[in-house]
Design a protein around this ligand. Structure first.
Ligand code: SAH
Ligand code: SF4
Length: 401
């Protein structure tokens, strides 16, 4: 494990997992207001010296300016006294993550390279469609897990993103799309998927707090039905995700045998397929109207045979899962050791699942030309050899117990 990764228990009925070091406080000493609940904003104002009654009123006003109007400057808050605006600006930050670079794909997909206040790069992607627009949000800088087909998995885990950095991605997208003030109708940004860099269930508290704000009807106002959290299978956190966040669940299954899943999703050695599927069957809120999505990356000659497709159907039936399957053509990246299955193979696989009455669309790769597609996200991290990555994966798994 790298020197700046420490063992720290996540709250809840789980064992210790390697988590990155906490985000440092801002160098300028200001407190981030984005990502705090109304009550936390009020408490922060009181702690800074405002009278309780004033703190309560100001918290309400700030919430409105931040989440309904999208302002990033206290000087624009016209119902806050001119003399108090600089007082707030000295003590609090309502800034967005920094934008290092913004790219647009030939298919309209946009990718942003972002920077945290302490200098770490991460990415976010916006995928426009005719009837909707999906923002792919990152939860960590890097990832503790090393799925072998994923470019992010080759990154060192740097740190968890804080609530303001997660909510900040959504707000930045609204800035770019010109979608302030918040309004329920006619938005381009309609859906959110927690499918950017990182494993959201290894940053549970921050992801939950951030998504609560994203879902707040008086704030960013996205319905939980339009938000999907994707996990590689952190079984002990799945029930809490259902209870405390309540968004749609996507599970990165990718293989139906222990041997293959152990290889391509190493977390499987800790939480196996049976345990994972049982946790899916128990996921609060899953039913035929709100199905669990199983993501399945199509890797040539690895996990893509007819037999694998039939086993997938058997498993879904065995656990009586309200499921749909999302087949993802493998997106290549420099140094990847896999190839994408042929279109014919993907179609044959999809047909077997579909004929069993389970929806199995093939996801159209988006933004490949700017490395914005699934599994292509990776920011400045030193190049490492496969052998070193394997060694790291082993160490991380040992740390998982
Ligand atoms: N860490 C979470 C969410 C981020 S990844 C998870 O693993 O679920 C979002 C999806 O992209 C996951 O299903 C992931 O397995 C998949 N993916 C990763 N690398 C990929 C690649 N190179 N090609 C296609 N899909 C990939
Ligand atoms: Fe991490 Fe998800 Fe990539 Fe696996 S697929 S390495 S869990 S980001």
């Amino acid at each position: 494990m790298s020197a700046d990764t420490t063992l720290m228990p996540i709250p809840g009925p789980v064992d210790p997992v390697p988590v990155p070091r906490a985000a440092p406080a801002r160098e300028d000493g200001r407190v981030e207001l984005v990502g705090l609940s109304r009550e936390q904003i009020r408490a922060a104002l009181e702690a800074a010296g405002l009278e309780p009654r004033q703190a309560k009123l100001r918290a309400k006003q700030l919430w409105h300016w931040i989440y309904n109007r999208g302002v990033t400057d206290f000087a624009l808050m016209t119902d806050i006294a001119k003399t108090q605006q600089p007082w707030l600006a000295e003590r609090f930050s309502i800034e967005r993550p920094g934008v290092v670079e913004a790219q647009v794909s030939t298919d309209g997909t946009r990718k942003w390279l972002l920077k945290t206040h302490d200098g770490h790069d991460f990415e976010m992607v916006f995928i426009p469609d005719t009837d909707r627009g999906t923002l792919c949000v990152s939860s960590q800088v890097g990832c503790t897990l090393n799925c072998r087909f994923c470019h992010t998995g080759t990154m060192r885990l740097v740190r968890n993103l804080e609530p303001h950095e997660i909510v900040g991605q959504v707000m930045l997208a609204r800035d770019a799309l010109g979608e302030w003030p918040s309004q329920p109708e006619g938005r381009m940004l309609t859906n959110i998927v927690m499918m950017g860099m990182g494993e959201p269930l290894y940053n549970f508290d921050n992801v939950r707090d951030a998504l609560k704000i994203v879902m707040d009807g008086d704030g960013l106002g996205l319905s939980k039905r339009r938000i999907t959290l994707s996990t590689s299978g952190v079984v002990p956190m799945m029930a809490r995700a259902g209870e405390e966040i309540g968004v749609n669940l996507a599970v990165s299954l990718h293989a139906v045998t222990k041997e293959i899943r152990d290889e391509i999703v190493p977390l499987n050695r800790k939480y196996g397929i049976e345990e994972l599927l049982q946790a899916c069957a128990d996921y609060p809120g899953a039913n035929n109207a709100r199905r669990i999505t199983f993501e399945y990356v199509m890797l040539k000659d690895k996990n893509d045979s007819d037999e694998h497709a039939r086993e997938l159907v058997r498993l879904i039936r065995h656990y009586r899962l309200p499921a749909k399957v999302n087949l993802i053509p493998f997106n290549p990246w420099p140094g990847a050791e896999y190839e994408c299955s042929t279109p014919e193979r993907i179609r044959a696989f999809s047909n077997i699942v579909f004929e069993a009455g389970i929806s199995a669309p093939v996801r159209t790769p988006r933004g490949r030309d700017i490395d914005a597609a699934c599994g292509q996200l990776k920011t400045a991290a030193e190049k490492r050899s496969r052998a070193e990555l394997d060694r790291q994966a082993e160490e991380k798994l040992r740390a998982l117990g």
